[in-house]
Design a protein around this ligand. Sequence first.
Ligand SMILES: Nc1ncnc2c1ncn2[C@@H]1O[C@H](COP(=O)(O)OP(=O)(O)OP(=O)(O)O)[C@@H](O)[C@H]1O
Ligand SMILES: [Mg+2]
Length: 279
Amino acid sequence: MKVSRRLILLNANRPNVEQSINGTTSKHVLEASHVHFSYENKYTVFNDINLEINENEFIGIVGPSGIGKSTLLRILGGFLKPTNGEIYLMGNKIVKPVPELVLIHQSIITFPWMTALENVMLSLRTKKLSEDDMEKRAHAALEAVSLQGFAELYPKEMSGGMRQRVAIARALASDPYVFLMDEPFAHLDELTAEGLRQEIYNILFSSENPLKGVALVSHNLTEVLELADRIYILNNVPATVVGMLRVDMPRPRNPRSEIFNEYLDRLYGYLTPAGGKIK
Ligand SMILES: Nc1ncnc2c1ncn2[C@@H]1O[C@H](COP(=O)(O)OP(=O)(O)OP(=O)(O)O)[C@@H](O)[C@H]1O
Ligand SMILES: [Mg+2]
C-alpha cells in the first residue's frame, strides 16, 4: 500500500535513536529501572518500579484507582522525572519527552475547532515537512484507522469512537517507536470499544508502521487480557509491581472462553487483598 510505505520511509530518517541502539546493552524497547517517584507535595507514589517492553510487545498495566498508573505513563514518556531510577528507550536514557514516545492521555484530546485532518497534522508540525507532505502523511494515518473519507469532519460531527481513532491517527502519524495509552477506550460505549479493540492490535503492529511496543493502562481487565502479551499489576502504597502475568492465548481472544476466564481470575487474584504474590 503506497501510503503506508511512506510512513516507513520517513522512519528511516531518525538517527537520534537508531544510531544509539548500537553499543548499548539493553535489549528492551522501553525499560523502567528502579523507579521511585514522589510528587512535589512529597506524596510518594512509587517505590522501586521495574518493568520493560520487549520488541513488538504489548504490555498492560493495571492497578486500583489512584495507585499511580497515569503517573507511571507520564514518567515512562519522559514528562515527569523519576525521583530515583531511570527510563531507557532502546537503551538510551530518557530525560525529557521525545517524539519516539507518544502518550495518549486519559482524557481526550481532539481540538474541536480543527478537522480530523488538521488534528492529525498537529503532530507533524514539529517535523521539517512541507505542508503537502504533512497532509499526505496525515491522510495515511487516517487511512490506517479506517477514517479515510472523514478527513474534513470536525470532532462534533464524529462519534466518540471516531474521535478516538483521530487521536490514535495523530499519534501514529508521528511514527513513534512506543505508544503509551492511558485508558484509551474508557469514554466509549462497550460495543464501539470492543470494535476498536479488535482492530487496534492489528493497526498498531501491522508491518506498515514502525511501532515497536505498546503500554496500555486500563481499569478494564477484560480489555487488557484481550490485548496484552504481558500484564504488570501495581498495588500497595507506595506502589510496586506485585505481579506479572504472561498471557499465552492466541489472538483474537474470546472473553467468553474458559481459558480467558481462568486468566481473568488470576488477574483479579492479584488485585484483591488476599492476592499480591506472583503465581
Ligand atoms: N500533580 C500531583 N500532585 C500531587 N499528587 C498527585 C498529582 N497527580 C496525581 N497525584 C496523586 O498521585 C497518585 C496517583 O495518581 P494517578 O493519577 O497516577 O493514579 P491512577 O492509577 O492513574 O488513577 P486512576 O485509575 O483513577 O486514573 C494519586 O494518589 C494522586 O492523588
Ligand atoms: Mg489514571
